[in-house]
Design a protein around this ligand. Structure first.
Ligand code: FAD
Length: 297
């Protein structure tokens, strides 16, 4: 199907993009990598009379560490993040960005777009839940910083106010002896995942000092479970303890039965991948170089 007619704008500054977004309101859409927006446009989903292409705005593609914080510009692509030096510091970023769809999507799709869409099956919203992540938004009223857990409000709903854009994602570098992993089960590479799990932990010898876990594609937004995390803090991460905590977080999930699998299948898959993600995270916390990779049907 051909898209409905639209006006195309390519502002050369962030301020001009914000001015256009504010002027056209609900009739305007920001175009970044286009990997979600263009298919929607072709299917004529939603009112997109004014497309504001921010894809070539300067200063929004950086991936760098300043002090104890990693700064990723909203236009940094999934592929660039996966291949970056910061992904070596936080391997979960490489698992996440490097496992999204296929090369074409990863080379064009952006982290700012992936977060703004707030797709419950999207990889960044779930992966970044386990890190100390702040989303920077800029709009007519200036800059706002929002914690990831508040930014993703619900299924396909992000905390973006009128005229606002995501400009940067800030992630605190985890402390020493930390490791993380993100793992998805997918029917095929270009398909969205059926189930996803992210784990980020910090060890003190054999004892788990801190841990964050999140499940994706399992409710309207990332599933977190304090009870599961508390069950592991202060404990050795034995298989038995991981299985108990995994059962708690999976019990808190609500995976929808759909073409990707029944609820029972998804619960079994979540249980398996969250334990595997925790074991990879643990190995990485000890300095082991574990290559990331999703499971495919
Ligand atoms: C075949 C296929 C498979 C895919 N599989 C996966 C997958 O497995 N996992 C996954 O996570 N994603 C997947 N995606 C989506 C992909 O990751 C997209 O890149 C991402 O969701 C959107 O990023 P984008 O830069 O392409 O945004 P666009 O498509 O340009 O925009 C998407 C939406 O976000 C808004 N937006 C974009 N950037 C900003 C910004 N900086 N500030 C405010 N709003 C903004 C736009 O207005 C629009 O509403 C897939 C896409 C395709 C086509």
């Amino acid at each position: 199907m051909y898209p409905a007619p639209f006006q195309y704008y390519r502002p050369d500054s962030l301020q001009e993009a914000i001015r256009l977004l504010t002027k056209f309101g609900d009739e305007a859409k920001v175009l970044a990598g286009g990997q979600t927006l263009l298919p929607m446009l072709k299917m004529r989903l939603g009112d997109m009379s004014h497309l504001i292409d921010i894809g070539r705005l300067p200063g929004l593609s950086h991936i760098e560490q300043k002090g104890d914080t990693i700064h990723i510009g909203a236009l940094a692509t999934h592929a660039d993040i996966a291949a970056s030096d910061v992904a070596k510091t936080i391997p979960l970023l490489s698992d996440c960005g490097g496992g999204i769809a296929d090369k074409q999507v990863r080379n064009r799709g952006t982290i700012g777009g992936g977060l703004s869409v707030a797709d419950p099956s999207g990889d960044w919203p779930t992966g970044l839940h386990t890190l100390d992540t702040t989303v920077v938004c800029v709009g007519p009223a200036g800059e706002r910083k929002v914690a990831i857990a508040d930014f993703i409000i619900d299924s396909y709903t992000a905390d973006l106010q009128d005229g606002e854009l995501v400009t940067e994602v800030q992630i605190k570098v985890p402390p020493a002896n930390s490791g993380g992993a993100y793992l998805a089960f997918k029917r095929a590479a270009p398909a969205y995942p059926t189930s996803t799990a992210a784990v980020q932990l910090t060890m003190d010898g054999d004892i788990c000092k801190d841990i964050r876990m999140a499940l994706g594609a399992s409710a309207s937004k990332a599933v977190v479970c304090e009870e599961a995390e508390n069950a592991l803090r202060g404990q050795a991460l034995t298989r038995e303890n991981l299985e108990k905590a995994a059962a708690l977080i999976v019990a808190a999930s609500e995976p929808p039965a759909d073409a990707r699998g029944s609820e029972a299948f998804k619960r079994a898959m979540l249980l398996s991948i969250v334990i595997e993600a925790a074991e990879r995270a643990l190995a990485r916390s000890k300095g082991e170089e574990i290559k990331g990779g999703h499971r495919y049907a």
